[in-house]
Design a binder for this molecule. Sequence first.
Ligand code: SAM
Length: 300
Amino acid sequence: MNMNLCDVSVVKRLMSKYQTGTKKSFGQNFLINKDVPYSIASESISYHRQVCGGKKSAVIEIGPGIGSLTSELCQVYDKVFAIEIDKALIPILAETLAEYDNVSVINEDFLKINLDEFIEKNLGECTVSVCANLPYYITTPIIMALLEKARNSDGTSKLTSITVMVQREVAMRLCANEKKGDYGAITASINYYGEAKRLFDVTPDSFLPPPKVTSSVVRIELYPEPKYKVESEKMLFKVISGAFSQRRKTLINSLSSSFSNITKDKIGEIISGLGFDLNIRAEKLSIGDFCRLADEFARL
Ligand code: SAM
């Protein structure tokens, strides 16, 4: 029989039966509002089906907790791989997911997994998405690992989409409109790989324990073919991080602090050669502009 994994008394009973509790150090805030895991899974599978049609589908979940989102994913995806760092939760997941035969739970630190190899080995024949209520203390490293490492040799992504719950403030940065407000290094980097959309907000009372801030669900829809071509991706990300390293400074000043081997005059020449004012700031550049800038640096 189905257990309601969002019922606080069920969560507490499972925790006490397996002699564990929620751990702040692992960013554990479990969902206790049943509508939320259902909606996250629906947003993930609806886009996945729209892009991949009826092909065999798989999803990777980072941090299943006690399985509330996992059980929703098991009902809509053909295969589910749930990677959980906390070994105390593994026997709980064995109990809560016992009725599903399409789920594999892996007790690992997601950031230590060789993602490329993992997908090749386990999910070679499937179309793959990622869906998670992320541990907030490592949101950015997880998203960057998903974008940078899950790739084919021709530069295309091995993933269809990444649907994740993050802090609302981070969501605003991930989904910022080009050249406006919260636009920063992470926005420009995401724009290189795909498009990020903020889908809905979730209030703190939907979690146990409640976090201090409102959360948002974001879907990053990855380009099936690379949209931008650059001579060196390594240089692109070096230029993006250098450009945003000192937000209050102009682009020329930030870049000359980050690229100490290139003279300020040369950097100025490159910036004006691309048709920009010498006082321009990083937040005024689109990802296309960054690609052109990085190509100039790569050619030096
Ligand atoms: N999915 C569950 C839910 O929505 O109720 C739990 C979400 S909770 C915000 C984050 C989960 O990620 C926790 O279960 C935590 O133990 C796990 N976690 C934290 N760091 C991790 C890591 N490096 N690798 C894998 N899982 C991790």
